[in-house]
Design a protein around this ligand. Structure first.
Ligand code: FAD
Length: 269
């Protein structure tokens, strides 16, 4: 399908992007375009202006920052998958980035776009949630930090105001982490995805495709903290979740998959 008409502005700084967003509530950022362009073509969204931040090279980095790793919002999935700092100090995120879609998607899609799109099936959002990542956003008022747990407010919706730009994602260094993704077809979105990692002395678990947003498996985390075995804790993986039923699987099947994948992930940690 052909998108509805829109204006197009390519910006050369984050400040310019913020200014354009501030001028028009129906303006939208364009990063890698791998979620937004399909949505435009299906006319699910009809922005008046597309503000293209895709060439802002200063938002495309991965660097160590004390006990955390700072990732620019425009770092692409393929760059994260191959990044030596992530490979050494947060391999679970690098691995998950390598599991996103196909090579074309991974070479265009960005971590900032992936998180902002807030797809409940997003691989990276699920890992960031399990890691308690901090999301740094900029607006005319300055910068603020949103915890991943506060960011996802519903299916495809997030805590950003219309004139805010996600500029950086900060993750802790973690020695042990696992991301397991069950797909019906090769290179598909997760029927269920499970991220598990040791963070600050606790095991934290994120779930993809188990509800309206990426979710934390709190019942599993609390059971582990109380001394439960991986198998006993994993039995609670679907606790509080409302998994959807669709062509990839029924709600019951997803609940079963979550229990199986969480057990496997915990056993691999
Ligand atoms: P865009 O499409 O440019 O933008 C997406 C949304 O985020 C828009 O609303 C935009 O305004 C907003 N946005 C972008 N950047 C920012 C920012 N810095 N600050 C604030 N808002 C911003 N994803 C998975 O997780 N797993 C998969 O298996 C998977 N498979 C895919 C297969 C195909 C065929 C396709 C087309 C996509 C797939 N995706 C998958 C989605 C992919 O990861 C997208 O790249 C990602 O969701 C969006 O990133 P983007 O940079 O392309 O963002």
């Amino acid at each position: 399908m052909i998108p509805a008409a829109f204006e197009y502005q390519r910006v050369s700084s984050v400040e310019e992007a913020i200014e354009l967003l501030g001028r028009d509530e129906d303006a939208k950022l364009l990063a890698g375009g791998h979620s937004l362009i399909p949505a435009l073509k299906l006319r699910i969204t009809r922005p008046t202006v597309l503000v293209d931040i895709g060439r802002l090279g200063d938002l495309r980095y991965v660097r160590e920052d004390g006990d955390r790793i700072a990732i620019g919002a425009l770092a692409r999935h393929a760059e994260l998958a191959a990044d030596p700092v992530l490979g050494q100090s947060c391999a679970v995120l690098a691995h998950a980035a390598g599991e996103v879609g196909d090579p074309q998607v991974r070479h265009r899609g960005t971590i900032g776009g992936s998180v902002s799109h807030a797809d409940p099936a997003s691989d990276l959002a699920t890992v960031l949630l399990a890691l308690d990542a901090d999301l740094v956003v900029r607006s005319p008022g300055g910068e603020r930090t949103i915890q991943a747990g506060e960011f996802f407010t519903g299916p495809f919706s997030n805590a950003l105001a219309h004139d805010e730009v996600l500029v950086e994602i900060r993750v802790p260094k973690v020695e042990q982490g696992v991301y397991l993704k069950h797909v019906r077809r090769a290179q598909d979105w997760a029927t269920v995805g499970v991220a598990a990692a040791h963070v600050g002395g606790r095991v934290q678990v994120g779930l993809a495709s188990m509800g309206g947003t990426p979710l934390r498996a709190r019942a599993v985390e609390d059971a582990l903290a109380g001394g439960a075995t991986p198998a006993d804790a994993a039995a609670q993986a679907a606790e509080g979740a409302e998994p959807p039923s669709d062509v990839s699987g029924s709600s019951e099947y997803r609940a079963h998959l979550a229990r199986v994948l969480v057990r496997r992930a915990l056993e691999q940690l």
